[in-house]
Design a protein around this ligand. Sequence first.
Ligand code: FES
Length: 604
Amino acid sequence: VSKATCIVILQPVGRRVEVPAGTSLLDAARLAGVELVALCGGEGTCGACRLRPVEGRLSPLTRAEESELTPGDLSTGYRLACQAQVLGDVRVDIPPESLTAPQRLQLEGLEIPLELDPAVIPLEVEVPPPSLADLRADLTRLRDTLAGIGRAELHFSLETAASLPARLRASGWRLRLALRGDQVVAILPPGRGLFGLAVDIGTTKLAAYLVDLETGRTAAKIGAMNPQIAYGEDVISRITFANGHSDGAQTLQARLVEELNRMVGDLCAEAGVGREQVVEAVAVGNTAMHHLFTGLPVRQLGESPYVAAVAEAVEFPARQVGLDLAAGAIVYMPPNIAGYVGADHVAMLLGAGLGGVSQTTLALDIGTNTEISLFHQGRHLACSCASGPAFEGAHIKDGMRAAPGAIERVRLSGDVVQVHTIGGQPAVGICGSGILDTVAGLLKAGMLDGRGVLRGMHPRLQIKAGQAEFILVSAAESGTHRDIKVGRKDINEIQLAKAAIRTGIEILLADAGISASDIQSFIVAGAFGTYLDLESAVRIGMFPDLPRERFRQVGNAAGGGARLLLASTPQRAAADALARRVEYVELANDAGFMDVYVKALAFP
Ligand code: FES
């Protein structure tokens, strides 16, 4: 039975829209303010509007789709948005090339001075060519040459050795070996540079960096959405997907690795480097992303008391997970701290320069789960709070991720409402920093009480079906031709999120026996943390009201930490030390939790 109205969820942009059954996906996307590339204007002849449905019912394949989509696309379920009509609630994944405007991805972070000491170093050798008088195998001649310079201990895997004959003959019997301890991980032409890959696997976003291992310089960087979003917005829904389908975990791993391989291809092209020159990788992510990437089981992560399968640092061949780098490249992942405080938090702390911090410092990375660390007098306390996806725009009626057309800044002064959208485009929704500003602005204007109820008089305030709503952009000016507004429910979502974060902060402070004013340095990491307005965060009570110079927004510090771990192996010992020293605080076990939380719920 077809439904009369269908809900279409568009990922990875995070927009949802209701449309009548029979609407094409292209029209549904337009209604949601998501512009797809449609070169032929929806005739079904350009193939540019391809996307991948993840669940739900669509009309059968059309002749146009059969001729425009490749056999590979057809077998993996791709459709053309202009051809497929919705027949029920559907969820689709839009590949980046089908979107007219890219998502905003946070790649920048602090550059921490590092002591260059990579795990892989080069060794140049010259091997004698074979002759009728010297019929030793290529590998034997190389081994004998190495023995002659005191390096008889070096090991070659069969995979690495496979490239030897061609390499020797192409490069005049001279080689550059990439050595990781006594393992040869790549055989390269002489003089070829060695590079490493640093990846931050976020639940929502991926950031990848190509680092020159001989200079420590970042040669190229790239961001992308995590393709696993199509299978679930947050960590819990991904774990549910992995557990609920026979090959669920493999699907999630395959989609992630496929995207990482694509990103490596782009990075290499930009830097003019071959994949075989990428001889080492460092990957960081929260515990669920870590387990899904490595292929470790996630079932126990989704069940109380939420424990990791493996918490210590791990190393494994890139090939083992399908990552296409140098033949013998190894992936290193730093240790996880506890269930929901993962290796990405360890990397963030290193990337923010907190490896050996002595000041009283609080550092947090806001996401669906917000991880918080407090350093005080030699102690390191950490916790994770379930802040929810409100700041990702989810659970907010007109919410969306930070993509073009998202309202990211809001200023209320008197009757005037000023909004700024990403890319300066007509507004199609509100992202996290925009909704944060809105709530802060309403509070400042006295239009919100402590419980989050909208009140007062304002030309933008309207009561509809007994519900007060504040209109940010009217239908006449928006990109969706509908009002973009914030209501009580949206405000409550922000209230829950900020209360969760503030509660985590307060409980760590109480455990350390100090108060907020003792915090000498307050570090905000991550993409949302970069774009949020500090004044707004303080006004709604999410952050304590400290002198502003104590706050520091550090960008993607987890990515920075991954780069450090790549270029400087002593940092790996520092990561172990951080993870070992940390005292993990389980908020749910804290006797004072409810009192603190209830207090944090109210607006100041
Ligand atoms: S818009 Fe050209 S094929 Fe769909």
